[in-house]
Design a binder for this molecule. Structure first.
Ligand code: ZN
Length: 274
């Protein structure tokens, strides 16, 4: 069985270093990988060599994860974030990743409206750098439980509003089922996003009905309440032709034998997504 349109995030199999992950994914017939910054930085030959090694194993690099965190109580903090994002863009270009996924940021002590204004300003400041490097940026709306300190952008509609304000062809949206599955406007928003050529990437996992941890207890597809197949159909029907990316943070799965876990992932993908 080949999984040409399946992509794994390196964080999903966190115990494996980049080279091991890439070799194991490739042997399983998986076509893509989204590389987290720590995985790329941990590669001994440097970031450029990490990209070359990945491609030589036959995998396509789908995205570099992750940038953003544009908010801050003072201008100096926000400038540090802008500089850091420019650095990330340079790294993505070096790696050969066409896209950076963004967690946009939220700062306790100021309103979400203020945070969203700062996010728009931060994005506007980095877009020319992204364009020059040939890298796209994907806003990933995060579930509102993370609106305290991770992302003031919780919905697809807010993401589209930001894209309208910043208005740059290299800026679009990353749809992650974990964050948006509950949204009754999801199908219409996915359609609109695709019509505007902003549907940049798509992430799969599941929401367990009794998660033990709000960050590191994500489920494998089929294990929870998300209609992964239904949401994937919305994305495909809207014209999306990219990868199906599995991104799971899970203390439970990280503690497992990763070879067994990889087999569970490809089985779950076949059974519950396509
Ligand atoms: Zn995601």
């Amino acid at each position: 069985m080949s999984f040409e349109k399946l992509c794994l995030h390196t964080i999903t199999t966190k115990p494996w270093d980049l080279q091991t992950a890439v070799q194991k994914y490739s042997a399983a017939g998986i076509g893509g990988v989204s590389i987290w910054r720590d995985a790329a930085q941990g590669f001994s030959g440097g970031i450029k060599a990490a990209g070359e090694m990945t491609r030589s194993e036959g995998l396509e690099i789908v995205s570099y994860v992750r940038g953003g965190f544009f908010t801050g109580l003072d201008a100096a903090t926000r400038q540090v974030a802008i500089d850091e994002n420019k650095k990330l863009i340079d790294e993505a270009a070096e790696l050969g990743a066409p896209l950076i996924v963004l967690v946009c940021g939220a700062t306790p002590g100021q309103s979400l409206f203020t945070s969203r204004e700062q996010i728009a300003e931060g994005l506007a400041a980095v877009m020319p750098h992204a364009e020059a490097a040939g890298v796209k940026l994907g806003i990933e709306p995060l579930h509102p439980m993370y609106a305290d300190s991770r992302s003031a952008v919780s919905t697809m509609a807010q993401s589209n509003a930001l894209c309208d304000i910043v208005d740059h062809k290299n800026l679009g949206i990353t749809v992650d089922v974990f964050h948006v599955w509950w949204d009754d406007a999801l199908e219409a928003q996915i359609k609109l996003t695709a019509e505007k050529d902003r549907l940049f990437s798509f992430h799969l996992c599941d929401w367990k009905d009794q998660p033990e941890d709000m960050l590191n207890d994500r489920g494998l597809m089929g294990e929870g309440v998300i209609d992964n197949r239904g949401i994937r159909k919305m994305v495909v029907d809207a014209g999306f032709k990219g990868f199906d990316e599995v991104e799971i943070f899970s203390n439970r799965y990280w503690a497992m034998d990763q070879d067994e876990y990889l087999k569970m992932i490809t089985d779950a993908y076949q059974k519950h997504c396509i």
